[in-house]
Design a protein around this ligand. Sequence first.
Ligand code: UDP
Ligand code: LCN
Length: 819
Amino acid sequence: MASAPALRRTESIADNMPDALRQSRYHMKRCFAKYLEKGRRIMKLHHLMDEMEKVIDDKNERDQVLHGILGYILCSTREAVVIPPHVAFAIRLNPGSWEYVKVSSDDLSVEPITTTDYLKFKEMVYDENWANDENAFEADFGAFDFSIPHLTLSSSIGNGLSFVSKFLTSNLTGKLQKTHPLVDYLLTLNHQGENLMINDTLNTAAKLQLALIVSEVYLTALPKDTPFSTFELRFKEWGFEKGWGDNAERVNETMRALSEVLQAPDPLNLENFISRLPTIFNVVIFSPHGYFGQADVLGLPDTGGQVVYILDQVRALEAELLSRIKQQGLNAKPQILVVTRLIPDARGTKCNQELESIIDTKHSNILRVPFQTENGILHQWVSRFDIYPYLERFTQDATTKILDIMEGKPDLIIGNYSDGNLVASLTASKLGITQGTIAHALEKTKYEDSDVKWKELDPKYHFSCQFIADTVAMNATDFIIASTYQEIAGSKDRPGQYESHAAFTLPGLCRVVSGINVFDPKFNIAAPGADQSVYFPYTEKERRLTSFQPAIEDLLYSKVNNNEHIGYLADRKKPIIFSMARLDVVKNITGLVEWYGKNKKLRSLVNLVIVGGFFDPSKSKDREEMAEIKKMHALIENYQLKGQIRWIAAQTDRHRNGELYRCISDTKGAFVQPALYEAFGLTVIEAMNCGLPTFATIQGGPAEIIVDGVSGFHIDPNNGDESSNKIVDFFEKCRVDATYWNKISTAGLQRINECYTWKIYANKLLNMGNSYTFWRRLHKEQKEAKQRYIQMFYNLLFKNLVKTVPIATDAAQPPVPKQ
Ligand code: UDP
Ligand code: LCN
């Protein structure tokens, strides 16, 4: 693609494009004629380029046209809509920054158009009446955000917390009175009705500042480890309550940070001070769908990394809460409740148990609340796509239980995925509590044009409910936790998952002219980790779980076919390339098998081991999975892979899986994650934690996790030959350079320890909880106004859409086959 030195950045696309088109007028006229040939339609970049190739078949001429500004503009086009005689272009020069123009094919004149007009263009393809209806329903969530500052640099997207600190700093800067909002906020802090930090004695910034000076003198004279209880009474008289620290040193540090802020606020001290505040004790995490359990659930429908993530998140969060509470000098007990659905038809799992304590925690539990319908409790599992009719009642029932168990309101509510985020929004709004959301994956980007084609897809996926639920939750929440930058704003060439909600249309239903702005400071990146007590390096011999090794040996190498494994590895001296995932199309495990089948060199160098799904398609409830199982069998047959491939059924024991990754490392093998798209990719960091060199998809989160050629390798799932050759190159290099494998393995581990641990995550998450609790207080009025709009949206639009989703009845369902 052409680079853009010639683009005058002070001017818009609409300013630059006419000249650029004029310079290649002859070819462009023909190209536009070609684009118009098929009438109204939506074209993606590759369609534009393919058709241009047909029109300008001489490569040199084509290169000339694509050189310079025109090439740059065309290559930055993500989508074009043809409505003869016009073509409207959606151009994305940078992550999050879009421009829309309309080009006339008659004279190649260019006109800038608004988001609304561009969306209308799209609607013309699907529903002309709606597009022309002047009163068609438009949603504009951005209209309520005018008082909220926004980031401006694409590179800063996802750094909301530090932006918020800077903005708060500027708000508090000036005369001392400007810091009053902070003093007022401190006065509200309490735990179970007991004041924390300060009491009414210090109800102005001036009094507080003076008291801090006196306290500092007092504290400096004490030994650093003097317990807070020693001077608690004296401090209370001065107006200070518990929460500053557990000993003289910590109290002094916290007071210093506040003194600095009162004297002259700066973002670092402010963030440091706010993160020390005792704001969060009780946390509720919603994850309604799936089978949410601690054992035997992975591999069941809709149950994958989200469950792993939440359980690890809870453990890390509890540890961080306990450490902070101790450092604050409090003896409160934190509570974390993961609230999910109780499924009476539990299929051998504990998903029919109401309360279950979370392993390796002291104060965290899973609370399961059943779905109620007119016919009583729903017994069967429900797909995440069909879950919407049950959520409102679930929210009410869950809230009652939560308040009962926690003996009061939680301090922070976190949602997961569309259903959990909607429930979190309803609960947080009702209780007036800070909310965070996590998406894991937003479905909209997974299915091309799923917004404009919603009518066609709704019977199967109910995307109208899902996209509206997602938009509602994104707007209602105080902060959004993303695993990677690309999740929010994509990459140079691919819009982010959240970005795809910036402007979209569901023709006939709602035109969302402003859904979410990725420059909103609510976006933050906090990448998850992998449990390092389970996924640790293969080199840590004394920690290795040797008791699993005979079973793993059998799993990999025994010659028999049974329920757990089929296929065999004839030459066990070869390294193993390994992959493990649910057998969804998007995971592209069959793609990897095909690459392997086709690449003779690769087959001669390594064996292939796959963990995923099971072998009998009739046992699956999921059409996609059935097709993938059949495809796997066909590929093994067609490429005659027997003797080179081992297919192992889905595994549920993460401790054994950890040892399995390490055993693959022992063979000097590699992990391959070939997904067509992966939101984050926990298996990638699990493998890297075990020291296994990893090849992972360039499409999605793994592109950020791995630094290509340094801490692992990127592979393009849409270019199998290139990808399989990249794996060949690696193993060939390993043959000639005995240190190469270790080099990549070590760099992978280093990358993990620097960026992808649960400790880093928990610290960031609690800092967000603290800062956004203060932030929402400062923007109370704006938040309330927006909340009203969201409520209207929920009641007038969403609830009607929900009525179109059929409600399951247990009797109508065939019994679930045993696996
Ligand atoms: N997993 C597993 N057994 C399997 C397949 C996957 O235990 O047969 C685990 C895997 O170790 C990881 C999670 O399930 O912890 C999958 O998370 P990932 O982010 O890779 O994908 P998702 O399933 O969430 O899309
Ligand atoms: C869902 C996915 O699809 C994965 O990419 C993530 O790793 C997982 O959730 C955990 O967030």
